[in-house]
Design a protein around this ligand. Sequence first.
Ligand code: SAH
Length: 344
Amino acid sequence: MKLDIKNLTLAQLQAEFRKIELPAFRARQVFRWLWLKGVHDWKKMSDISKVLRTQFDEHYRIGQLKIKKRKGSASQGAVKHIFELEDGNSIESVWLKDGPRRTVCVSTQVGCSLGCTFCRTAQMGFKRNLLAGEIAGQVLAVSKGQAERITNVVFMGMGEPFLNYDSTLDAARILNTDLGAKIGARKITISTVGITEGIRRLAQEPEQFKLAVSLNAADQKTRERLMPIARRYPLTELMQAVRDYTVVTNKRVTFEYVLIRGVNDRRKDANNLILLLQGVPCKINLIPFNPFPETEFEASKDADIARFSKWIMPHLPAVMVRKSLGANILAGCGQLAIGNEAKA
Ligand code: SAH
């Protein structure tokens, strides 16, 4: 099978072209066609000679995502996209409008292996990792259907980015490149369940990509109930990795905290959270739990969310209650899943 050049960062494409003795500018030309113009056909690369295009065609292919379905609309603030991959698997991405931001929430895996009990993606299990081109390609495909420029990308769709580290980082680099989507590194957020190896690796990367950690509980027992992976990455180790990250990068970390009624929204949970995050340079996003069919959990009431944020606000920096966009079309946080759409 020919190499799919959609999976290569600009640096990797340059290295690849060096092997066939092409100068670096050729890589820049092709990269621009792929990631700025969204062209998937060699014939359309009009500033490249026919001879060279034929040579490219012999060596390489250009992978493409097929949009199977769109749900929602720009005026509603959220559009869910279902893509079909070349192997027949499906994934989802969501376009979100939030103030001046136009954000795409991308998937990094088909399904997920982590089994968080409050997340709908967990129910479909894990199928496979996505390739860099399949991850970055979601942004390209979504943006083609939108009039406005995409300003932000969050790796918060299906899957765990740090269990697919290399492809995730390559995708972030592709999106960050000037000749392509040109999304600023600070506008690209990678969200993890708390894989400490990934946090430590990200701290060493040269780019300013942002880190978000899905905390969801501030005590080990509740966290294990919600996120079984917490047994392997206990809170103490997770918080150490986060602290080290903030020291090494001099950047804040965003903590996501999904509020679930009677599980993690009580006074003692707020107290635990205050204690746990004391002195950690961070932001806190409180996310109302999005229900989905077959969940045992309930969303906290609006008043409970307000109460919880009031408890923690005086003690913690930058607390935000995140609006629940897309929940009505099952495009909200933790609602993405392929296969049980009919039941929804
Ligand atoms: N695996 C990574 C990337 C997915 S992000 C991570 O966990 O960070 C998905 C986000 O949605 C996480 O912050 C998760 O806590 C949140 N989430 C999962 N299920 C949810 C639900 N039912 N309602 C609201 N948020 C949910």
